[in-house]
Design a binder for this molecule. Structure first.
Ligand code: MN3
Length: 199
């Protein structure tokens, strides 16, 4: 049972002008495909072949090929899912209330998440997690993620890829501009459902 590259739930151009079509195409069809293929190769013939990806992430820390490619596979699955065209801004309900009570306001949450994404040195991810029922922001290096016990060690409900391959074609060295644009494509409906399930 091999892992498969998921089909994007929208067209490559759907997130423009915030994330350009060429970046999306290369990111999904080349980068994410490579993580998927290399994960399958790394677990072939091992006990991990019949495990869920979440279970694999819990036990792969001393297996670099599985850690890097399993993380890459899982992280991008979440990343595509929590974005949508014409999204952003529609934050309401339980998650909105939790963001207000945890961070003070949506703007304060935005600042803290952007700071985690901006200050991650080199390649990695920024996360919003549910840790013991509470919201928490963190970042991780490379393709590590909180399910491995890295960062805030909780259940990720929102993530942002800050590897250069995620933004360099359109934004070059301007990572803060890419981070700012990301808030226009967050699918809060999906993130809210993940919050409800995780807390
Ligand atoms: Mn990536």
């Amino acid at each position: 049972m091999a892992f498969e590259l998921p089909t994007l739930p929208y067209a490559y151009a759907a997130l423009e002008p915030h994330i350009d079509a060429r970046t999306m195409e290369i990111h999904h069809s080349k980068h994410h495909q490579a993580y998927t293929t290399n994960l399958n190769n790394a677990i072939a013939g091992t006990d991990m072949e019949n495990m869920s990806i979440e279970d694999i992430l819990k036990v792969c820390k001393d297996k670099p090929a599985v850690r890097n490619n399993g993380g890459g596979f899982w992280n991008h699955n979440l990343f595509w899912e929590i974005m949508a065209p014409n999204a952003g801004g529609n934050l309401s309900g339980e998650l909105a209330a939790a963001i207000d009570s945890t961070f003070g306001s949506y703007e304060a949450f935005k600042d803290e998440f952007a700071k985690a994404a901006t200050t991650r040195f080199g390649s990695g991810w920024a996360w919003l997690c549910v840790t013991n029922g509470a919201l928490e922001i963190c970042s991780t290096a490379n393709q590590d993620n909180p399910l491995m016990g890295e960062g805030c060690n909780g259940t990720p409900i929102l993530c942002l890829d800050v590897w250069e391959h995620a933004y360099y074609l359109n934004y070059q060295n301007r990572r803060p501009d890419y981070i700012n644009a990301f808030f226009n494509v967050i699918n809060w409906e999906v993130v809210g459902a993940k919050f409800a399930a995780a807390k």
